[in-house]
Design a protein around this ligand. Sequence first.
Ligand SMILES: *Cc1c(COP(=O)(O)O)cnc(C)c1O
Length: 428
Amino acid sequence: MKLYNLKNYCEQVDFLKAVKMGLGKKQGLFFPIDLPIIPKNQLEEIIEMDFLTRSIKILSMFIGNEIKINDLTKYVHNAFSFSKPRIIPVTKNISCLELFHGPTLAFKDFGARFMAQIISHLNKNNDITTTILTATSGDTGAAVAHAFYKIKNVKVIILYPKGKISKLQESLFCTLGENITTIAINGSFDECQELVKKAFNDEKLKKKTGLNSANSINISRLLAQVCYFFEAYALLSKENRKKLIISVPCGNFGNLTAGLLAKSMGLPIQSFIAATNINNTVPRFLKSRKWKPYNCISTISNAMDISRPNNWPRVEELFSRKKWNLNTLGFGSVSDQITTETLLKLKNIGYISEPHAAVAFQLLEKKVKEDEFGLFLGTAHPSKFKDVVENVLDIKIKLPKKLKKPSKLPILSHYMKPNFEKLKTFLK
Ligand SMILES: *Cc1c(COP(=O)(O)O)cnc(C)c1O
């Protein structure tokens, strides 16, 4: 598989290199040169495969012979070794695609776990050590920590703002130990990110420690996510497949990019809705064609509090490569007030959700027509946003085992001032 840098077509790398590098020169994203297509007469056969077999097929169509099929098979089995996505009917013609039955109860488990397998493959062949350094305000840290837990030749260091993430979230990734180190920074999330950036700009340090950020721009995470769009389609009745609209709650737009890649391969999805909270740079862009990010605003769907979504250039590139019209992409942004009302509405229908999925449902319900079928992505388990959900819905949420167990373990984090020299010493 060959990929090019969106900021410089001449910088071309293979898949493993792109996974290792994350970004190309000038912080450019990597994008596949060849976009695989499933011949129409093979689609049915692929849809009928089970989730793992089909996922191996899809990933191998992208990755090609760079990874032997026996290895890829093993990696997909290791990565997706948890409950499959589920489809839960919500209204007559709208269902939720629940992607939160993995170890950290968020869809990010799919991408992070597959990436961990690829990194471990890279290290196996080269006998090198990788240091995953990442900053988190919640979900990413947990998914990455669990994905790389006990993976050989990989050290994980996660920075997070002390006291600014929920106890529940903290317990999910700061209690693991082994190769997972967590550092509570006495500062804001932005300061954590600043430290990570500085580390990546320090070429010497980068080389010495084999730094990789494992963030959502990594191509391996995106490709893994393509697989569950196929699974969603496979789970639907023939009738509901015909006019399928998928609404995606967007932050960095990785999930939407993955869905569009699935469509580009020939999966018959009629259209997508890019759903955001009030951090609505993309919806405003789609309306006015002017790119004007505002300062980021805190909302109750905080995993989507991003005003400069870094996967967006990939969406534009795909539309341009496929000669699709950007006007066919649905969009909208939802305030906290409406998100709250939607959570209540969903509860009355009989479905307990959480703020991110509620944003996607709200726009979908507004746009889906009688004769169409809508899916909205459930990106996290309601218990991960326990405080908001309990407060809004006036209910008590029972913690799933996956959250309850770590919540009783001691926090193993180190503490540090937001000082780069200190971090540098620590990394060495
Ligand atoms: C990360 C995240 C999102 C946003 O996904 P992107 O791929 O960054 O657009 C949405 N919901 C939840 C719960 C998340 O953790």
